[in-house]
Ligand binder design. Structure first.
Ligand SMILES: C[S@@+](CC[C@H](N)C(=O)[O-])C[C@H]1O[C@@H](n2cnc3c(N)ncnc32)[C@H](O)[C@@H]1O
Length: 285
């Protein structure tokens, strides 16, 4: 599929992630507090049932307990990553595949920061039609397909490649083919001044993860053909590619994050992809 809105194709995964953030935000002592997530779920005409709060979940639910833990852990980790980059003095942020990410609204970012949200045009249109709030910093949306010339579109929006950037790539790599993900990281590297940082969610051994019957069964519970959204030739290891380009990188697993934030992983991990979720952070120069 070439493009999509918030309730079709890969777009609906952004809505599902927002539902998971809404559920997690409704808990006592949540991993993430995203007051905007529920409004997105309420406004969308979703073809699948989506919960809005933990109290909505049936007793025998497995999917949304996992989703809210998985998304809660990664949200918390990437929130901390961005705030650390701000403390280090970075003032340019690019969120690739931003979906319904509301960090420009909910994180205490220095007001002089410019934050670019890159995603498909109809996803960003939906987001802006629902959001009724002031961002904490200068927020610019960049409507482009990340398999095309997104560097040009980012430049047109004012991105400055001479300034260090904090990049965030959350919930994107699993949907890109090996070539498309390699090209995306190559572009990201080309646009990174010394002092830039990156945080990426990816799947270690995506083929094995998606052949795992437990993972396939869980993904089927969404009520749409999730597996059909994934490429046949999945992304490679972003750490290897970035290290070869001169970045210093390290990665942790979902289970590591569960331990860090005092959560109990659900039997086979803290993850939607078995024990295969990985969270990379890196620095250039
Ligand atoms: C799972 S959602 C993640 C959204 C957000 N990063 C989050 O974690 O809440 C995947 C997002 O990737 C975007 N995406 C996937 N492939 C894309 C592409 N080729 N061009 C632009 N956006 C893309 C989708 O539109 C969707 O918003």
């Amino acid at each position: 599929m070439q493009d999509w809105d918030i309730v079709s194709g890969i777009g609906i995964t952004a809505l599902a992630v927002a539902a998971a953030r809404a559920v997690e935000s409704s808990r006592d002592e949540p991993l993430v507090s995203d007051p905007y997530a529920v409004a997105f779920v309420e406004a969308a005409d979703s073809p699948i049932p989506l919960p809005r709060r933990a109290g909505d979940l049936p007793r025998d639910d497995d999917l949304w307990e996992r989703m809210s833990l998985f998304v809660g852990l990664r949200s918390r980790f990437f929130d901390e990553y961005l705030l650390e980059a701000m403390t280090a003095g970075v003032r340019q942020v690019v969120v690739l595949a931003a979906g319904l990410d509301a960090r420009a609204f909910r994180l205490d970012l220095p007001p002089e920061t410019t934050l670019y949200e890159v995603d498909q045009p109809r996803v960003l249109e939906f987001k802006d039609s629902v959001l009724d709030a002031q961002p904490r910093c200068e927020r610019r949306t960049v409507a482009v397909d990340l398999r095309n010339d997104w560097a040009g579109a980012l430049g047109d929006a004012g991105f400055d490649p001479e300034q260090p950037t904090a990049w965030l790539v959350e919930g994107l790599l699993p949907y890109l083919s090996r070539d498309a993900s390699a090209q995306l990281l190559d572009t990201l590297h080309t646009l990174s001044a010394p002092g830039s940082t990156v945080a990426i969610e990816y799947v270690h051994d995506p083929k094995a993860a998606l052949e795992d019957p437990a993972v396939r069964n869980l993904l089927r519970e969404f009520g749409f053909d999730y597996a059909a959204l994934l490429p046949e030739d999945p992304h490679g290891d972003p750490g290897e590619q970035l290290s070869a380009a001169g970045w210093t990188v390290s990665a942790v697993s979902g289970a590591d994050l569960a331990e860090r934030y005092g959560r109990t992983p659900l039997d086979d991990g803290a993850s939607m992809f078995g024990a295969n979720d990985r969270y990379l952070t890196g620095r250039f120069g």
